[in-house]
Each structure stands twice: as structure tokens, then as C-alpha cells.
Design a protein around this ligand. Structure first.
Ligand code: PRP
Length: 225
């Protein structure tokens, strides 16, 4: 008689958008596939690979750490920006080496002085926790944080704030709007996060996935050097 206990489904939460496509390509390279997910016209929210006992769903980036903390997903793939902003209880286990960009303080050149002299300025951002941590704990500068939900670069242009804290990838958005990087807050990239209980209960399966991805990341790294 088969002695092995029935495997439960491992659930992955993937952030919708930029990171999802590369994530699925990487999974495919380590043998984790989900044909169902490739159908672009589908409105289905959850996809299953019966054979490997895996489930995948796409969620809004900031919700991924929430699903993982509560154990609704065992594993999440999400940007470091979101991990820092959400501050959830989870294990960050791997830097996947793609989606590289930087969190920066940006504004017009003229705002440089305001930062240097620790003036009481307004900072617009989609990332109030990251901005607070940077200005209050690292720079010890008192500022007023204004939360926005997108197109952050508009804020200094129309006079809502002196500077912004935002993601810079190619720098094109800044350049095209007469803004520049004034200070760098931290480097960002896609990360794998794991639920703390799942890491114990499903250690063998999850460790295998981490190790396979680690190998793939180091091969991809050596190919780009
Ligand atoms: C992000 C970010 C910047 C831009 C940076 O915005 O907030 O605006 O990309 O990229 P770049 O340096 O290559 O120009 P996103 O496109 O995600 O939309 P949002 O402004 O609505 O947040």
C-alpha cells in the first residue's frame, strides 16, 4: 500500500503586471508550468496544475504580501518596493534578479538645496512607509508625506510637493518631465516570499523550488556578465 501522505496544493501569488511574465518564464525553466495561465483572454482568477499539485493566482502587487502572510498563498513573487511598503510578516527568501530598479527621491534640480538644508517640505509618493522611514529614520528630516496612487511625477510639476519618492527604472519619465534623481533610497528587484508556517510544513517542496530558482538566477547572472 502507498504509504506517502497525499500532497496538498502549493499556492503561488503573483503580482499582476510587469513582473508576472518574467516570473512565469522562470518557473517554466525549472519545470513549473501552468498552460491554463497562458490564455490571455481568460477571466479566470486561479489556475491549477493538477499533476504537480500547484495553484497560481494573479493579484494586485500590494496584496501579494497579504495573501502570503495569511497563508492563502504559500509563495509570492513581488517587488522589493511592495515588501518594504507593506511590512508583512513573511520570509523573503530569494532575489530573482529581474525587475531591477531603484527607489529614489526625485524632483527639479532646484530642490537639492531643500534636501540638504533639511527644510520642511512636502514629499508625494505611492510609498508613504518607505518615504517616512527614509526621511525620519535615515535622514532625520521632518517632512509632510502626501500619498498619491500613480503618475507621481506630476506632483512637483504642478506644485503639490517639492519632491517625490518613486521608482526609477530607465529614468525616461523623469527626463521627459524635467525632473532628476536627487537621492537614492534603495535598490529594488523581484523577490520570492514565503509564508512562515508553509516554510516549516512544506519545507522540502519549497526548498527545492528555492534551490532550483537560485541555480537559474546564477546561470542567468553569469550569462549577462
Ligand atoms: C513607474 C514609476 C515611474 C516609472 C519609472 O510608474 O512610478 O513613474 O514607472 O520608469 P522609468 O524610469 O523607466 O521611466 P508606472 O508606469 O508603474 O505607473 P504609475 O505612475 O501609475 O505608478
Amino acid at each position: 500500500m502507498e504509504n506517502k501522505k497525499e500532497e496538498r496544493y502549493l499556492t503561488f501569488a503573483l503580482g499582476k503586471g510587469r513582473l508576472a511574465k518574467t516570473t512565469l518564464e522562470m518557473f517554466e525553466k525549472i519545470g513549473i508550468t501552468c498552460e491554463e495561465m497562458k490564455d490571455k483572454d481568460s477571466r479566470k482568477l486561479i489556475f491549477v496544475n493538477e499533476e504537480l499539485k500547484l495553484r497560481f493566482f494573479l493579484a494586485k502587487g500590494p496584496d501579494v504580501p497579504t495573501y502570503v502572510e495569511y497563508g492563502a498563498a504559500d509563495i509570492g513573487i513581488v517587488g522589493k518596493d511592495t515588501i518594504l511598503e507593506e511590512g508583512r510578516k513573511l520570509y523573503e527568501v530569494l532575489d530573482l534578479g529581474f525587475g531591477k530598479c531603484k527607489m529614489c527621491v526625485c524632483g527639479p534640480e532646484s530642490a537639492k538645496d531643500l534636501l540638504q538644508h533639511h527644510e520642511l517640505i512636502r514629499v508625494a509618493t505611492k510609498y508613504p512607509n518607505i518615504a517616512k522611514d527614509y526621511f525620519y529614520n535615515k535622514k532625520h528630516q521632518t517632512v509632510e508625506i502626501v500619498k498619491l496612487n500613480g503618475s507621481i511625477e506630476l506632483a512637483p510639476i504642478v506644485g503639490l510637493s517639492e519632491v517625490i519618492v518613486d521608482i526609477v527604472e530607465t529614468g525616461t519619465t523623469l527626463r521627459e518631465n524635467g525632473l532628476t534623481v536627487l537621492e537614492e533610497v534603495c535598490p529594488l528587484s523581484a523577490r520570492m516570499v514565503v509564508n512562515q508556517v508553509s516554510m516549516k510544513m512544506e519545507n522540502e517542496r519549497i526548498t527545492k523550488i528555492i534551490n532550483d530558482l537560485k541555480k537559474l538566477v546564477s546561470v542567468q547572472k553569469s550569462q549577462t556578465v
